[in-house]
Design a protein around this ligand. Structure first.
Ligand SMILES: [Zn+2]
Length: 217
């Protein structure tokens, strides 16, 4: 058992079994509020754990213990037009719902998950069209959503980069499925990669090879 004391008068406030999980502690036990019998507090459990004086900023804001850490950002980009060439448009809300369901499932299973911000965007690209009169280039514009976030030190500091990549692939596949996408684009730290639905092809696949051979000439 671990004992927690009032930071002001050292009165023992509670005893808890040591926390050993790698998952966000609030999934295992929600943060609890404690008051000292001598009128100190209330203290949040993590405040009791820290037992230090916090510097306040502005009108009483202070840094949350355990919230500071290395930046570990990720972005998942998902198209909002299913398939290729005039497919059905998918709403941002549908992708958001899929992300929320994914988080809820992870939380229910007491598994770690990633949170982030869903932002609308538009992808712009150019590609060649081959016709009887030769090759010309045109542009494509498609609505996309970006689910961007970071590995939050307060809740997920114990996740390794490998575990984060596993979670990103799982989430990207879920979002890609919800939006009917052949490909989903990922970025984590200084790496980018693409997931592609099994058994599917993109119009760009042949084109990429054509462009590569073109560059070499
Ligand atoms: Zn006290």
């Amino acid at each position: 058992m671990e004992e927690y004391f009032c930071p002001k008068c050292k009165e023992k406030l509670l005893e808890l079994p040591p926390y050993e999980g790698k998952f966000p502690s609030w999934l295992v036990a929600p943060p609890l509020n404690y008051e000292c019998p001598h009128g100190h507090g209330p203290f949040w459990k993590f405040e009791v754990l820290q037992e230090k004086d916090f510097r306040c900023f502005g009108e009483g804001y202070r840094e949350v213990p355990g919230s500071a850490g290395q930046v570990r950002e990720f972005v998942i980009t998902v198209g909002l037009v299913s398939g290729y060439e005039g497919g059905e448009p998918v709403s941002t809300g549908k992708v958001g719902d899929a992300a929320c369901e994914w988080m809820i499932k992870k939380a229910r299973d007491k598994k770690p998950f990633l949170t982030g911000v869903l932002s609308p965007g538009e992808v712009l690209y150019s590609f060649p069209i081959t016709s009887d009169s030769g090759e010309s280039w045109t542009v494509g514009r498609e609505p996309v959503v970006k689910f961007s976030g970071e590995v939050v030190p307060l809740y997920n500091s114990s996740l390794t980069d490998g575990e984060v990549i596993e979670l990103l692939n799982d989430l990207a596949a879920t979002l890609g499925e919800a939006a009917g996408q052949v490909r989903v684009y990922l970025r984590y730290l200084d790496k980018v990669w693409i997931l592609q639905k099994k058994g599917s092809k993109t119009p760009q696949e042949d084109m990429t090879r054509a462009s590569l051979s073109y560059e070499k000439e």
